[in-house]
Ligand binder design. Structure first.
Ligand code: GLN
Length: 616
């Protein structure tokens, strides 16, 4: 791209939402990125969250979905996970803009006296800060190649008209005017040419009484958008079925958007279909036209996406994974985990079925207080092919998680413990095998006589007061003859993302190892335990890091792949196939034809579970 030399102009695609929240704006924006990437362009992305929190680190996963962790330790909105997974890129904490971050930057500047006595105001100071932030961050390379990307997809969170997004809409209105028009000689006279393309995602509901597609809500939200100085180039309308021609005409007339730029985001069996759905309606043509890129981009190649989306729909043989966690009512709380399980299942051609087991329901106390819930929870656990204990904070459900780990260990059920889940596995082992009845983490019992998990903050010179060990850290394999090293492709080390304060007590490691536990991965000092395994168990692995954050469609994360393979009885063949994870589905054929179980309805994310509402 941009071979002609000269200063490269960044092209921006802004994605806004109207009418209601929860339209799948994030997945749509990610799919737009995939489509542009398939046209040969390099793509980066920025997510704007108009809330006041500086980052998502302090937000409850129950309220806001999971906290996604980046390589640089940024604790960000889960939509950045969608971008990383869809575009196979690595974002930075600055790719997530919040009101809190912008105000903090402006107030810091004011305190330094940088405004030279001026009255500091939302317009122009906050709005300028937003634009400067966007322009700066858009230039950061995120795909491993040198130099900035060609296109930056910006997603504005929330719905147009929200009070808290006003400074952003004002800033983006100014921004579209300022960067929108291209100034090169060749394109100066082309009215359509520019550097800015606005895609408005909206809803076209169908009233069941009359069965008619209603365009009015979209008309209103576009009017709102225009009143804020933003003109949509493309309308992407969510609706159950494709838009009828007369509805498109009406929308075109009232919203001043050409009918061919009105795309329907109708319901698809799984979200991997979205890029091709956009391509089939020529969304790329409209975007590339608006960005004056028609001459440089190629026809999109989405072969990999289409075949993955289609093969995901056709999977029949289930693999049942019990997730024993705290927030089992809302699957967004464990979004990356679900995605990692899905990537692994799809690559092994299994239909993922997730059974959510509320950790506290398997505790003895529940047997007395709510015997029905107790029975139901144990039934789910006992029906699972594999057990996963995810990360978590706080002591609710900890005893239940310990029981789940014990059950998996004793019954030789494949088990993966992540972060807290690894700590749980160590506590359970210390209690059951070393006979240390009160073994615990000092997070849950500060006075325990057997502290097998302790507070181990990382001495950070830059983040005063921050005690969390966050972001990418290196794990060195201690032996090569272990499942985790093999699953990671026999590399000497691996970089994964962390988010924790507590760790296995180094003083207890030799006792634990003498009793049969094996710490197969450690940090560079040998003091921090990163991976634990039970060698004489079919698959019993705990990781202090969160491998789920680096799992990608087509590139399943090693430890998840191991769990699913073990749960389907395929681990040995997987481990014997020397070259593992990346793109493994193509290299190793592990197809198994068993008794197919039919499911009535295909869920939109390809994951079957006993809980609804997974979004991306
Ligand atoms: N609460 C544990 C810790 O801080 C585990 C954290 C996690 O699972 N993310 O170490």
């Amino acid at each position: 791209m941009n071979k002609g030399g000269g200063m490269k102009k960044m092209k921006y695609v802004l994605v806004t939402g109207g009418v209601v929240s929860g339209l799948g704006k994030g997945v749509t924006a990610s799919s737009i990125g995939v489509l542009l990437k398939a046209c040969g362009l390099r793509v980066t992305s920025i997510k704007i969250d108009p809330y006041l929190n500086t980052d998502a680190g302090t937000m409850s996963p129950f309220e806001h979905g999971e906290v996604y962790v980046l390589d640089d330790g940024g604790e960000v909105d889960l939509d950045l996970g969608n971008y990383e997974r869809f575009l196979d890129i690595k974002l930075t904490r600055d790719n997530n803009i919040t009101t809190g971050k912008i105000y903090q930057a402006v107030i810091d500047k004011e305190r330094r006296g940088d405004y030279l006595g001026k009255t500091v105001q939302v317009v122009p100071h906050i709005t300028d800060a937003i634009q400067e932030w966007i322009e700066r961050v858009a230039m950061i390379p995120v795909d491993g190649q040198p130099g900035p990307a060609d296109v930056c997809v910006i997603e504005l969170g929330g719905t147009i008209g929200d009070i808290e997004s006003m400074p952003f809409t004002e800033a983006l209105g100014q921004f579209s005017y300022r960067v929108g028009k291209t100034t090169t000689y060749e394109t100066l006279h082309d009215a359509a040419a520019g550097n800015f393309c606005l895609i408005h995602v909206s809803l076209v509901p169908v009233l069941s009484a009359v069965g008619e597609q209603k365009s009015k809500p979209t008309q209103h939200s576009v009017r709102g958008l225009r009143s804020l100085g933003l003109t949509p180039n493309i309308l992407a309308c969510r609706s159950t079925l494709a838009l009828e021609e007369n509805v498109k005409q009406k929308l075109s007339q009232f919203c001043h958007v050409p009918a061919e730029n009105i795309i329907t985001l109708y319901d698809v069996p799984n979200i991997w279909h979205l890029p091709s759905l956009l391509r089939d309606q020529k969304a790329h043509g409209a975007i590339l036209g608006a960005l004056n890129l028609l001459g440089v981009a190629r026809e999109p190649n989405l072969k990999e996406w289409t075949s993955r989306a289609e093969s995901c729909d056709m999977l029949l043989e289930p693999v049942r994974i019990a997730i024993v966690g705290k927030y089992t009512g809302l699957s967004d709380s464990y979004l990356s985990l679900l995605k990692a399980l899905l990537h692994a299942s799809v690559s092994l051609r299994k239909k993922l079925v997730v059974d959510w087991v509320p950790a506290s329901d398997i505790e003895d106390e529940t047997a007395k207080e709510n015997p029905e819930a107790y029975k139901a929870a144990w039934k789910l656990l006992q029906g699972a092919d594999g057990v996963l204990v995810p990360g978590g904070f706080g002591d609710r459900g900890v005893e239940g998680k310990i029981l789940a780990a014990k059950y998996a260990r004793e019954n030789r059920i494949p088990f993966l413990g992540i972060c807290l889940g690894m700590q749980i596995a160590v506590i359970e082992f210390a209690r059951s095998i070393l006979g240390l009845q009160d073994a615990n983490s000092t997070e849950f019992d500060p006075d325990t006589k057997s502290p097998c998990v302790i507070f181990m903050p990382e001495g950070s010179k830059t983040h005063f007061g921050g005690t969390m060990r966050l972001g990418s850290r290196r794990t060195y394999f201690q032996v090569m003859d272990c499942k985790s090293a093999k699953l990671y492709g026999n590399r000497g080390f691996v970089d994964e993302r962390h988010r924790h304060r507590y760790e296995v007590n180094p003083d207890m490691v030799s006792t634990l190892e003498d009793a049969g536990l094996s710490f197969t991965g450690k940090d560079e000092t040998g003091q921090r335990m990163e991976i634990v395994e039970l060698p004489n168990h079919p698959y019993y692995i705990g990781a202090q890091f969160h491998p789920e954050f680096k799992s990608r469609p087509g590139k399943p994360s090693a430890l998840f792949l191991g769990l699913i393979a073990a749960a389907c009885g395929q681990l040995d063949s997987l481990l014997h196939a020397h070259k593992i994870p990346n793109g493994m589905a193509k290299k190793v054929s592990l197809y198994q034809n068993g008794n197919a179980t039919k499911f009535a309805k295909i869920p939109a994310d390809g994951i079957y579970s006993n809980c609804n509402g997974v979004h991306a």
